[in-house]
Each structure stands twice: as C-alpha cells, then as structure tokens.
Design a binder for this molecule. Sequence first.
Ligand code: SAH
Length: 409
Amino acid sequence: MSAPASALAQVVVRSGRDRSVRQRHPRLFASAIKEILGRPKDGELVDVTDNHGVWLARGVINQQAQIAIRLLTWSADEGAAAADWPGLWQARVRAAIAQRTADPNLRDTDARRLVFGESDGLPGLVVDDYAGHLVMQLSTLAATQWRGPALDALQDALHPACVIEREDDDRMRHERPDAKPGPAFAVVRGAAPEGPVVFREGGLRFEVDLRSGQKTGYYLDQRENRARVAAYCRGATVLNAFAFSGGFAAHALAAGAASVINLDSSAEALRLAERTMALNGFEARATSVEADAFERLRAWRAEGRRFDVVIVDPPKFAHHPGQVERAARAYKDLNRIALALVAPGGVLATFSCSGVVDAALFQKILFSAALESGRDAQVVERLTQSSDHPVALTFPESEYLKGLILRVP
Ligand code: SAH
C-alpha cells in the first residue's frame, strides 16, 4: 500500500526504525525520523511512512519534543482529515469511560481513573473521577489540541459536579520547552467544592482536597492491592510505611488489624491519614509517625521491634533507565531493613512504582534483600496496578506498579 492521498505532511521513518511503528507502539522518537515532507506545525496531524513511502500510521507531531510523534491510528482510512479528530478523540474518551463503567473491579468505589493516556488511545490525557468531581491532566500537544472536545465528552457522559484541570509540569516541560508553566489548578467546568470531597473505596470513606497544591489526590492504582494486603491483617500489628493518606491502613483496620502505624515523612500526608482514620472510626487503633522511613525503620530494627505485617510503598525511585541501578540499591536497602522488622511467620507487602524496574528485576531485588537480611521469604502473591490503569499490550511501558506479598518464616 502506498501513501493515501491525504493533505497531511508526511514523515519518513529511517530504514530499520519502522519496526515499533508497525507494532503499533504509540511513540515515535525524533531520532527515528529520516525526513519530513511538508512543513507541519507542532500540534498538527501527520502521516508516517517507511523509507519506501509505504503508509504506516498517523499521529500528532511535536518537533520540540524527543517523542516527536504521538501515533494515534494505524488504519489509513481513520482520521485522514484533521477535522475528523475532535470527534474521534471524543469517541475514545467515551469508550474509556464505558470500560470503567463496565469494570467489575470498580463496583465498590466512586473514585476511578477514567482515562489512562496511551493505554486508552489518548496520549497525554489522564482523567480521574472522585465522586463526580473530575481532575483532568494534559501532558502532550495532542491532548492540549483536543482539550475542548474531551471536556465536552466528559460533560455529556457524566454530568460532573466540576472538572478541574491540573498542569503536569514535568511532562509538559518535555513537550514545550519554551512555554511558561500554566496555572497549577483551574476549574474549567462547574464549581469546585469549598472543602474536601469524600469518596468511597470498598465500604470505607476517604477525603481528597482537590484544591490543595498536592499533585495526586489519591493513589487509585493501589485500590485492589489494599484489599489483597488487608486480607493478611486480621488481628495483626501493622506497619504502613510511606502511608500517604492511609489507604492501606484503613483497609487493614477494616479487616480487623489490631493496630496500625502510619509512617510518612510528610506532615501533610499524616494529617490526611488521620482524617481517614477518623472518618472510618479507626482512631483508637491507629498512630502516626512523622519520620524518614529509612531512618525510622533502621532505628526500630536496632531496638528489635517486630510487626506482623509490614507494608512498604515508597515513591518512584527511578524516573528513567539511567537511574535503575541506583534505584535497585535503594529498594534493596529499604526491603532488607523492612524484612528484619517482620515478626516470624509474618508478611511483607512491598511495592515499586518505578516503571523502569520491571517485575522480574523487582523480585531479584527482594531476593538479594532477603539474603542480606538473613531471612527466608516466599512469594505468596504478585500484585500490579488496578484495572482502571490498564496496560495496552502495544505499550508495555504503561505497566509501572508491581508488588509482592512475601511470607517471612
Ligand atoms: N501507600 C500510599 C501511597 C504512598 S505515596 C497509598 O496507598 O495511598 C509515597 C509517600 O511516601 C508519600 O506520602 C510521601 O510523603 C512519602 N515519602 C516519601 N519519601 C519518604 C521517606 N523518605 N520517608 C517516609 N515517607 C516518605
């Protein structure tokens, strides 16, 4: 098949670099481009061909970015005119929402990720729903281009109480190096509530303050894992390290944990965790400890302190492949100390949200940590991100969260 007669500029991929495009990977790097026929402006739609002019795909170009093209379709007859795309983008938003509505894992909650970027065919668009209050983040020119249509689709499908737009500065910096950062927070539809929004997750109640400067309202990606880990917590003393707003703690206490310590270095996170405990009537069994987890875990180890269940859910240690080695060392150190705190016969639930540390490497890290700590450990469950953060098989990079539940004799 040769190039269809579209009015779009044509991007020719270097010989030998077309494989990922043929495999429907949604990102094309600038280094893979041989030449551009026509003078497309950034944010415009382009056709992508191989070195011989054979049509491969179509996407949005951004010559300021390393990811020069966000590929959107591999069917020549889909969206050959730029004017088709607002409608196509909207249809994809509607499809993503319909998937979440039908997802059996989301029946027991009113907080969910409605749109997860490339995995939903919508590069750069992320939308979270907290009890009808939507938070939208745009991180590519493509998503910025069809911001209005996306908002209309959300409005029509869900009639939300409000839509709040958040700028994802880190990602936008890669897309538009010269642009000034936009406002961190803008109410773009409806009215934002004065106070926090209360939402449900598995019969428990949580609060999120959509107005606060914090980027993440709540870690929706751990939803199913909180229930998995809680199943081990009946009657247990639990250490919830990197607690944030106490999601794991609340589920553990609901499952009958004897006590939980929420440990976090952020006072703001611990105030949130305390609100969570109070909202669910768990204050009597929960304590907050504000400290650096590495230091405090070491100190407890030195004192011979033990917990039946230790949960370790640190922030991302590696942001790009160059940081993997350093991150692996940090995960190993942290888990070595955490293993020492597990009472005989207890459980360690440990996570990594660094995409560049894959599940196989994470298991090897835990193997080294166990060897060094002199504890045996068995994998009893393998965990991943919740189903509203799906992984497109064509885009394995969207799998970032992994966890292991280890039994520690
Ligand atoms: N487990 C949480 C999410 C954790 S997010 C949940 O289920 O919602 C990571 C948390 O780690 C953040 O709250 C952050 O404040 C905290 N944190 C980051 N570095 C830390 C450190 N060195 N010691 C303790 N807490 C830390």
